[in-house]
Design a binder for this molecule. Structure first.
Ligand code: FES
Length: 137
């Protein structure tokens, strides 16, 4: 079974710190709802929604999703720590649960795009660097 998704261009790969993270308000909700993490030359995307409690946003300030050494994603509400590659909670109150990971692509030109299920992409607003193409995955 396939899930309808939008491909949304979020950033340029070479503009992402490694390790580093950035949040994006892809749906024009007035807060970041997606995050990208670059680590060891790979990029990962997740919904900015902690599984511990009510899909809580996780950054403690703009783009601050990682722990001090850039090895885990952290929810700063109650300190849950997530594996960057899988989104699994390794430490904290939601151990064993996972962030919702989104598929990503990096074009030959270095544009990073994510595939956002339509259920999470319906209230888009424009912002710099975004583009979209509807795609079935
Ligand atoms: S809401 Fe994220 S750890 Fe509690």
């Amino acid at each position: 079974m396939s899930v309808a998704a939008l491909s949304i261009r979020l950033a340029r790969f070479d503009e992402l710190d490694d390790p580093g993270s950035r949040g994006f308000d892809h749906a024009g909700q007035g807060r970041d709802t997606l995050l990208l993490v670059r680590r060891n030359g790979e990029v990962f995307a997740y919904l900015d929604a902690c599984p511990h409690y009510g899909n809580t946003p996780m950054a403690w300030r703009k783009d601050a999703y990682l722990n001090g050494d850039g090895t885990r994603i952290v929810c700063h509400a109650h300190g849950a720590q997530f594996d960057i590659a899988t989104g699994e909670c390794l430490v904290g109150p939601c151990m064993g649960q996972r962030l919702m990971r989104l598929d990503t692509t990096v074009s030959e030109d270095g544009d990073v795009s994510v595939f956002v299920p339509l259920a999470f992409a319906s209230r888009r607003g424009g912002s710099e660097g975004e583009g979209e193409d509807e795609d079935e995955t």
